[in-house]
Ligand binder design. Structure first.
Ligand SMILES: Nc1ncnc2c1ncn2[C@@H]1O[C@H](COP(=O)(O)OP(=O)(O)O)[C@@H](O)[C@H]1O
Ligand SMILES: CC(=O)OP(=O)(O)O
Ligand SMILES: [Mg+2]
Length: 401
């Protein structure tokens, strides 16, 4: 059978088409810079002889719907498409970001499930709307297929209460669900599993650092999450493309009471105008790298702040775990940006963390060990593959039914 997976992030949409159970990717694509003036669609067809054929289009992609429609045009193109008939797709896997406390397993998309995803919009305003849209567009494109949602929050359902509860009155948790949920769970799960296999240590303590447009870190033991940097919504913790991460609640009161912000203004500020964008004017790390190379001090500060925040969480999670066997970088920035990794790992030799600078600067595909010979903690790059993990979880659900 064929499984089509849609992974809508805040600024990008990724998709992959698999032949199953071979786990064979037939095509994959990336729609980037959604909402920015120059959107980019990269579509790769994986040919039977192992060759890849990639086309790139630069065009305005105002929203996720347009991105998905463009992708479908390429997939079903009568001459070059690998999916002549959309009816060949039996299963569509969707990334869904916020699943609250109830969605801990892959879930068949029904009208009720969609309604619940909609109710969770306020908690993940950059993501759940794009996820739901993906489901609605896919229902039209693949009317015969089963649609399954895999939630970012699911992997974090193993967090202990002292990690997920806030020091707020109990009722706010018991009646209103105010707790940390954690996000990017599918990526943290995939990457931690890959790492355990790579190390040959199924019980290892692994800290996964997912740096995409959104960024989060998770402390894991034997592949189970025990703490994570994101909280109630995907805003807390690390500095991100457009999200501030940790700030001080007092700032919110000051913005509203002294500077005349409405609550909507604050939400917009913290979700869409802050983070790297607020510091540099750019949200895409490649633009900030360019700015840095031109000697712009704003880019320097932004890099330092971004890396320092990761370092602080690393310290916290190493304390929570009483050490770690591996620290793993993943996501668009984590996999590609050597300077971020260098700044994060600098001056951590007292913890037994030492990076091999040459290995760190080298570009290569696949899992890479960046640690210096004497490093007690392994520093790895493990490319994430949320789509494959989603396809596996959806296929497992089919078998279990
Ligand atoms: N070669 C690269 N060097 C530095 N940053 C990169 C590179 N390639 C991608 N990135 C960054 O990765 C981020 C997007 O990561 P990704 O994981 O695809 O995001 P999303 O959260 O949308 O899934 C962007 O900030 C982009 O600039
Ligand atoms: C949850 C989240 O921040 O996702 P993304 O990084 O894809 O925006
Ligand atoms: Mg992502």
């Amino acid at each position: 059978m064929h499984i089509f997976v849609i992974n809508s992030g805040s600024s990008s949409l990724k998709y992959q088409l698999f032949r199953w159970p071979q786990e064979q990717p037939l095509a994959r694509g990336l729609v980037e810079r959604i909402g920015l003036p120059e959107g980019q669609l990269t579509h790769t067809t994986l040919l039977p002889d192992g060759q890849e054929h990639t086309v790139r289009h630069t065009l305005p992609i105002p929203d996720h719907r347009t991105g998905l429609e463009q992708a479908m045009r390429l997939l079903t193109d009568p001459e070059t498409g690998v999916l002549p008939d959309p009816a060949d797709v039996q299963l569509v896997g969707h990334r869904a970001v916020h699943g609250g406390e109830e969605f801990r397993e892959p879930t068949l998309v029904t009208a009720e499930v969609k309604a619940r995803i909609r109710e969770l919009f306020p908690l993940a305003p950059l993501h759940n709307p794009a996820n739901l849209l993906g489901m609605e567009v896919a229902e039209q494109l693949f009317p015969q297929a089963r649609q399954v949602a895999v939630f970012d929050t699911a992997f974090h359902s193993t967090l202990p209460p002292h990690a997920y509860r806030f020091a707020l009155p109990e009722e706010l948790y018991t009646k209103h669900g105010l707790r940390a949920y954690g996000f990017h769970g599918t990526s943290h799960q995939f990457v931690s599993q890959e790492t355990l296999r790579y190390l040959g240590q199924p019980d290892a303590r692994v800290i996964t650092v997912h740096l995409g447009n959104g960024c989060s870190m998770t402390a894991t033991v034997a592949g189970r999450a025990v703490d994570t940097s994101m909280g109630f919504g995907p805003m807390n913790g690390l500095v991100m493309g457009t999200r501030a991460g940790d700030t001080d609640q007092a700032i919110i009161f000051h913005l509203v009471e002294q500077l005349g912000y409405s609550l909507d203004d604050v939400k917009n500020l913290l979700n869409k105008e802050s983070g790297m964008l607020g510091l540099t004017g750019h949200s895409d790390m490649r633009d900030i790298t360019r700015q840095l190379n031109e000697g712009d001090p704003r880019a320097r500060l932004a890099y330092d702040l971004y890396a320092y925040r990761i370092k602080k969480y690393l310290g916290a999670f190493l304390a929570a775990l009483n050490g770690a066997e591996a620290i793993v970088f993943t996501g668009g920035v984590g996999e590609n940006d050597a300077l971020v990794r260098q700044l994060v790992c600098a001056n951590l030799d007292f913890l037994g963390i030492q990076l091999d600078d040459t290995e760190n600067a080298r570009r290569a595909p696949g899992i890479r060990d960046l640690s210096a010979a004497g490093s007690r903690v392994r520093v790895l790059v493990v490319p994430t593959n949320e789509e494959l993990e989603i396809a596996r979880l959806c296929a497992e659900m089919e078998v279990d039914q």
